[in-house]
Write a protein that binds this ligand. Structure first.
Ligand SMILES: Cc1cc2nc3c(=O)[nH]c(=O)nc-3n(C[C@H](O)[C@H](O)[C@H](O)COP(=O)(O)OP(=O)(O)OC[C@H]3O[C@@H](n4cnc5c(N)ncnc54)[C@H](O)[C@@H]3O)c2cc1C
Length: 429
């Protein structure tokens, strides 16, 4: 088996451009790179992007292809995050995404979506690392929930990835029903004392700070707290044996009398409802993670079907394989347009919570089908990590479930269009 087949996501044959930009300034883009992007860009969707958005997309693709694609399968297999990549990721200048000021990039939602999908095209675990950092934790601090002094204190170092953060909402007994969370925050002189348990927060085993959602024992409402990763009473243990997103450091967390100074309570987070807008944006970006995964699988399939032969002809010559490839391509064009429109609606301040949920639910469903078709097209090689597609297939399962499962997002849309909520059962068993 040749290295070409093993490195199915690498540069197209004949291209040896080694241009890099570690300073974050814009780069000149050779024209062959536009053709290269066009492999899955059948409807020339890049024409819907500004030159800056296109350049940023290519800059991230080059980083992912050069620095990440060659090394990533072994990290996935051993469930270790490639920590040495964090400073380079930080220097690319897209973490913090749409946040303006506080040394954050202030990108358009579309530009940020391009970055996230290009990362996910090569590796969904690293895209999830970025999503937790940028959309969940940082955006929670930035989106009117944090004070100006909290934004000044935390956002600059988080946007450069000099510091890493986590977002702790889900609990062992409260996943989809997160608004019923059980972790409590009790007011004491000078601050708050937190007690409870969290499950799943990504990055939390090594995070410098964690945004923790807890129930205020006086008001019974959900409040937000910035917790130092080294706080006494904070016990964090990594969830082992995941079959999906193996590199994401998801953890079980126990908070036993963890003290948080008053300065680190998010003053704008006074009920679960206050979190909903930033959660909606992160759902759109989760949808873009799945678009990236699907594009990566499609690109790998295009190449693989042309190179591997059965009955002495390329796999691409079989009609059944061609139909699968076409279904994947159609899905990608539709998902991309849907995701692009959501970014525009968000940018103009018109996006509703239901629209974000429809995007997350529908796009991840189509992406899941697309990735499963790709796995089929790779035959046996579709279940080993050497060929990228098996890893993507496993990772896609998480994206279908996190940031609100398919079902919960579908019910959020249904509530918006019918005016009737069927999320909460009317009677208890
Ligand atoms: C890899 C990974 C990373 C994660 N990262 C984070 C993170 O960084 N921070 C964080 O806080 N959380 C994180 N999560 C948690 C994630 O958001 C939850 O797993 C998700 O919300 C689903 O909750 P659950 O797993 O408890 O499933 P459950 O809520 O137990 O749901 C199980 C099934 O029942 C369905 N279901 C539940 N309620 C209803 C209903 N009313 N109607 C119809 N169907 C329903 C669900 O759709 C699902 O299919 C992560 C999860 C994973 C797997």
């Amino acid at each position: 088996m040749g290295m070409d087949l093993m490195r199915s996501l690498s540069f197209p044959p004949g291209s040896h451009w080694a241009g890099r930009d570690d300073t974050g300034s814009s780069i000149a883009v050779p024209c062959f790179l536009h053709r290269w992007l066009a492999v899955s860009d059948y409807y020339q969707l890049d024409e819907l992007l500004t030159p800056e958005e296109n350049d940023l997309r290519i800059k991230i693709r080059l980083f992912m292809e050069n620095d990440v694609a060659p090394i990533i399968p072994q990290y996935w297999e051993t469930a270790v995050l490639p920590f040495h990549l964090i400073p380079k990721l930080g220097s690319l200048g897209f973490l913090g995404g749409i946040i303006k000021g506080h040394e954050c990039p202030g990108l358009s939602a579309t530009a940020y979506a391009m970055c996230i999908s290009e990362v996910a095209r090569v590796d969904a675990s690293i895209a999830s690392f970025c999503l937790v950092q940028s959309c969940l934790a940082m955006l929670c601090i930035a989106a009117q929930l944090g004070s100006e002094s909290q934004k000044d204190k935390y956002l600059p170092s988080l946007s450069k990835l000099h510091k890493v953060c986590a977002y702790a909402l889900t609990e062992p007994d409260y996943g989809s029903d997160a608004s019923s969370l059980n972790t409590v925050a009790r007011k004491v002189p000078g601050g708050w004392v937190l007690n409870g348990r969290k499950r799943w927060p990504g990055n939390s085993s090594f995070a410098d700070v964690l945004v923790v959602l807890a129930r205020n024992t006086s008001t019974n409402q959900v409040n937000g707290f910035i917790v130092n990763g080294g706080s006494p009473g904070l016990q964090i243990s990594k969830i082992e044996n995941k079959v999906s997103m193996r590199m994401v450091q998801n953890c079980d967390i126990e908070l036993k009398n963890v003290f948080v100074p008053e300065d680190d309570r998010l003053p704008g987070a006074n009920s679960f409802q206050d979190l909903v807008n930033s959660l909606a944006f992160s759902r759109v970006m989760a949808a873009w993670v799945s678009i990236g995964i699907a594009v990566g699988v499609y690109d790998a399939c295009r190449r693989y079907l042309g190179e591997r032969k059965q009955w002495r002809v390329p796999l691409a010559a079989f009609q059944l394989n061609q139909e699968k490839l076409v279904r994947m391509l159609g899905n990608i064009q539709a998902m991309w347009l849907f995701g692009w429109r959501l970014c525009k609606l968000h940018g103009s301040g018109k996006m509703t919570i239901g629209q974000a949920s429809l995007g997350k639910a529908w796009i991840t469903k189509q992406a899941r089908e697309t990735v499963a078709l790709g796995r089929e097209l790779f035959g046996g090689n579709g279940i080993v990590t050497d060929f990228h597609v098996g890893k993507a297939f496993c990772d896609m399962e998480t994206v279908y479930t996190y940031e609100g499962s398919y079902e919960i997002n579908a019910l959020i849309v249904a509530r918006e269009i019918t005016g009737i909520s069927s999320i909460r059962p009317t009677s208890r068993l």
